[in-house]
Design a protein. Structure first.
Length: 217
Protein backbone atom coordinates (compact mmCIF):
# COMPACT_ATOMS: atom_id res chain seq x y z
CA UNK A 1 0.00 0.00 0.00
CA UNK A 2 1.33 3.45 -0.93
CA UNK A 3 0.19 6.52 1.02
CA UNK A 4 1.21 9.79 -0.66
CA UNK A 5 1.27 13.14 1.15
CA UNK A 6 1.97 16.49 -0.55
CA UNK A 7 1.98 20.06 0.66
CA UNK A 8 4.03 23.25 0.83
CA UNK A 9 7.16 23.80 2.94
CA UNK A 10 6.46 23.68 6.67
CA UNK A 11 2.91 22.28 6.44
CA UNK A 12 3.76 19.48 8.89
CA UNK A 13 3.74 16.72 6.29
CA UNK A 14 7.11 15.27 7.35
CA UNK A 15 5.97 14.96 10.97
CA UNK A 16 2.61 13.45 9.95
CA UNK A 17 4.15 11.10 7.37
CA UNK A 18 6.68 9.86 9.93
CA UNK A 19 3.95 9.31 12.55
CA UNK A 20 1.67 7.50 10.09
CA UNK A 21 4.52 5.27 8.88
CA UNK A 22 5.36 4.40 12.48
CA UNK A 23 1.72 3.76 13.36
CA UNK A 24 1.23 1.42 10.41
CA UNK A 25 4.71 -0.13 10.41
CA UNK A 26 5.31 1.24 6.88
CA UNK A 27 8.54 2.55 5.35
CA UNK A 28 8.84 6.35 5.46
CA UNK A 29 10.24 8.07 2.37
CA UNK A 30 10.80 11.84 2.38
CA UNK A 31 11.51 13.10 -1.14
CA UNK A 32 12.46 16.54 0.22
CA UNK A 33 15.34 15.00 2.17
CA UNK A 34 16.66 13.44 -1.04
CA UNK A 35 16.57 16.84 -2.79
CA UNK A 36 18.35 18.28 0.23
CA UNK A 37 20.97 15.52 0.07
CA UNK A 38 21.56 16.29 -3.64
CA UNK A 39 21.90 20.00 -2.76
CA UNK A 40 24.34 19.19 0.05
CA UNK A 41 26.42 17.10 -2.35
CA UNK A 42 26.57 19.95 -4.87
CA UNK A 43 27.72 22.31 -2.08
CA UNK A 44 30.35 19.81 -0.84
CA UNK A 45 31.74 19.34 -4.34
CA UNK A 46 31.71 23.07 -5.12
CA UNK A 47 29.26 22.71 -8.01
CA UNK A 48 27.83 25.98 -9.35
CA UNK A 49 24.05 25.76 -8.69
CA UNK A 50 23.41 27.68 -11.93
CA UNK A 51 25.25 25.04 -13.98
CA UNK A 52 22.41 22.57 -14.56
CA UNK A 53 24.57 20.00 -16.39
CA UNK A 54 27.04 19.93 -13.48
CA UNK A 55 24.21 19.66 -10.92
CA UNK A 56 22.65 16.74 -12.83
CA UNK A 57 25.98 14.95 -13.21
CA UNK A 58 26.70 15.46 -9.48
CA UNK A 59 23.26 14.03 -8.60
CA UNK A 60 23.55 11.02 -10.91
CA UNK A 61 26.67 9.82 -9.14
CA UNK A 62 25.26 10.31 -5.61
CA UNK A 63 24.84 7.19 -3.45
CA UNK A 64 21.67 7.54 -1.37
CA UNK A 65 20.58 4.91 1.12
CA UNK A 66 18.89 4.61 4.48
CA UNK A 67 20.32 3.27 7.72
CA UNK A 68 17.88 2.84 10.61
CA UNK A 69 15.54 5.27 8.86
CA UNK A 70 18.28 7.93 8.53
CA UNK A 71 19.41 9.19 5.15
CA UNK A 72 23.00 8.48 4.14
CA UNK A 73 24.82 10.27 1.34
CA UNK A 74 27.90 8.59 -0.11
CA UNK A 75 28.08 6.47 3.05
CA UNK A 76 27.73 9.37 5.55
CA UNK A 77 24.71 9.93 7.80
CA UNK A 78 23.79 13.49 6.76
CA UNK A 79 20.45 13.91 8.58
CA UNK A 80 21.85 16.72 10.76
CA UNK A 81 23.15 18.68 7.77
CA UNK A 82 20.05 18.51 5.56
CA UNK A 83 18.36 21.51 7.20
CA UNK A 84 21.40 23.75 7.37
CA UNK A 85 21.12 27.34 6.10
CA UNK A 86 23.30 26.77 2.96
CA UNK A 87 21.06 23.86 1.90
CA UNK A 88 17.91 25.87 2.75
CA UNK A 89 19.10 28.66 0.48
CA UNK A 90 19.59 26.44 -2.59
CA UNK A 91 17.23 23.46 -2.38
CA UNK A 92 14.21 25.08 -4.08
CA UNK A 93 16.34 26.28 -7.00
CA UNK A 94 17.98 22.88 -7.53
CA UNK A 95 14.77 20.89 -7.12
CA UNK A 96 13.21 22.93 -9.97
CA UNK A 97 15.64 21.34 -12.48
CA UNK A 98 13.51 18.76 -14.40
CA UNK A 99 16.20 16.06 -14.95
CA UNK A 100 17.11 16.25 -11.25
CA UNK A 101 13.44 15.60 -10.41
CA UNK A 102 13.56 12.47 -12.62
CA UNK A 103 16.63 11.20 -10.74
CA UNK A 104 15.04 11.80 -7.32
CA UNK A 105 11.66 10.36 -8.38
CA UNK A 106 13.47 7.19 -9.48
CA UNK A 107 15.12 6.90 -6.04
CA UNK A 108 11.76 7.49 -4.30
CA UNK A 109 9.97 4.88 -6.45
CA UNK A 110 12.70 2.31 -5.79
CA UNK A 111 12.68 3.02 -2.04
CA UNK A 112 8.88 2.80 -1.75
CA UNK A 113 7.98 0.39 -4.53
CA UNK A 114 9.20 -2.77 -2.87
CA UNK A 115 7.20 -2.30 0.31
CA UNK A 116 4.27 -0.61 2.09
CA UNK A 117 5.32 3.03 2.29
CA UNK A 118 4.34 6.54 3.25
CA UNK A 119 5.90 8.99 0.77
CA UNK A 120 5.83 12.76 1.08
CA UNK A 121 6.93 15.74 -0.95
CA UNK A 122 5.52 18.22 -3.47
CA UNK A 123 4.44 16.00 -6.37
CA UNK A 124 4.01 12.55 -4.79
CA UNK A 125 0.21 12.45 -5.37
CA UNK A 126 0.39 13.91 -8.89
CA UNK A 127 3.59 12.76 -10.61
CA UNK A 128 5.45 10.09 -8.65
CA UNK A 129 2.57 7.95 -7.34
CA UNK A 130 -0.60 9.00 -9.21
CA UNK A 131 -1.98 5.52 -8.40
CA UNK A 132 -1.33 5.79 -4.63
CA UNK A 133 -3.90 3.99 -2.44
CA UNK A 134 -4.39 7.11 -0.30
CA UNK A 135 -3.55 10.74 -1.12
CA UNK A 136 -3.40 13.73 1.20
CA UNK A 137 -2.62 17.41 0.68
CA UNK A 138 -1.62 19.17 3.89
CA UNK A 139 -1.79 22.94 3.81
CA UNK A 140 -1.42 25.87 6.23
CA UNK A 141 -1.04 29.62 5.92
CA UNK A 142 2.50 30.93 5.35
CA UNK A 143 2.33 32.68 8.74
CA UNK A 144 1.35 29.50 10.58
CA UNK A 145 4.09 27.51 8.80
CA UNK A 146 6.76 30.11 9.55
CA UNK A 147 5.78 30.22 13.24
CA UNK A 148 6.10 26.43 13.50
CA UNK A 149 9.54 26.43 11.88
CA UNK A 150 10.62 29.28 14.16
CA UNK A 151 9.33 27.53 17.30
CA UNK A 152 11.04 24.26 16.32
CA UNK A 153 14.32 26.20 16.48
CA UNK A 154 15.46 24.33 13.38
CA UNK A 155 16.65 27.53 11.75
CA UNK A 156 18.93 30.32 12.98
CA UNK A 157 16.89 32.85 10.97
CA UNK A 158 14.39 35.40 12.30
CA UNK A 159 10.64 34.78 11.98
CA UNK A 160 10.48 37.41 9.19
CA UNK A 161 13.31 35.72 7.26
CA UNK A 162 11.65 32.29 7.66
CA UNK A 163 8.32 33.71 6.41
CA UNK A 164 10.05 35.25 3.38
CA UNK A 165 11.88 31.97 2.65
CA UNK A 166 8.60 30.00 2.85
CA UNK A 167 6.82 32.45 0.52
CA UNK A 168 9.73 32.23 -1.94
CA UNK A 169 9.68 28.42 -1.75
CA UNK A 170 5.91 28.41 -2.39
CA UNK A 171 6.21 30.54 -5.50
CA UNK A 172 9.07 28.39 -6.89
CA UNK A 173 7.23 25.15 -6.00
CA UNK A 174 3.96 26.25 -7.62
CA UNK A 175 5.55 27.51 -10.84
CA UNK A 176 7.88 24.58 -11.61
CA UNK A 177 7.67 23.40 -15.22
CA UNK A 178 7.74 19.80 -13.97
CA UNK A 179 6.40 18.46 -10.67
CA UNK A 180 4.77 21.71 -9.59
CA UNK A 181 2.99 21.76 -6.23
CA UNK A 182 -0.70 21.27 -6.87
CA UNK A 183 -3.63 19.51 -5.28
CA UNK A 184 -4.51 16.17 -6.87
CA UNK A 185 -8.27 16.00 -7.60
CA UNK A 186 -8.59 12.79 -5.55
CA UNK A 187 -6.45 13.95 -2.60
CA UNK A 188 -7.94 14.62 0.84
CA UNK A 189 -7.29 18.32 1.53
CA UNK A 190 -6.48 19.34 5.12
CA UNK A 191 -5.74 22.90 6.26
CA UNK A 192 -3.74 22.51 9.47
CA UNK A 193 -3.30 26.25 10.25
CA UNK A 194 -5.45 25.91 13.39
CA UNK A 195 -4.99 22.20 14.13
CA UNK A 196 -2.48 20.51 16.40
CA UNK A 197 -0.20 17.83 14.96
CA UNK A 198 -2.21 15.22 16.89
CA UNK A 199 -5.51 16.44 15.37
CA UNK A 200 -4.05 16.27 11.85
CA UNK A 201 -2.62 12.81 12.54
CA UNK A 202 -5.97 11.53 13.85
CA UNK A 203 -7.75 12.74 10.69
CA UNK A 204 -5.16 11.25 8.32
CA UNK A 205 -4.85 7.98 10.23
CA UNK A 206 -8.64 7.59 10.49
CA UNK A 207 -9.00 8.10 6.75
CA UNK A 208 -6.31 5.49 5.99
CA UNK A 209 -7.92 2.91 8.31
CA UNK A 210 -11.25 3.55 6.58
CA UNK A 211 -9.62 3.02 3.16
CA UNK A 212 -7.88 -0.17 4.29
CA UNK A 213 -11.18 -1.64 5.49
CA UNK A 214 -12.70 -0.63 2.17
CA UNK A 215 -9.93 -2.24 0.12
CA UNK A 216 -9.62 -5.21 2.41
CA UNK A 217 -5.94 -4.49 3.11
Amino acid sequence: MIIAIDGPAGSGKSTIARMVAKGLGFTYVNSGSIYRAMTLRAIRLGVDPRDEAAVISCSRSAAIDYRDGRLCLDGDDVEEELRSAPVDALVAQLSAIPPLRDIVNGIVRRAAGATDAVVEGRDMTTVVFPEADAKFYLDASAGARASRRFEQGASESSLEAITRNIEMRDSIDKSKSVGALKIAPDAVYLDSSHLTIQQVYDKVYGKILHLREHHGH
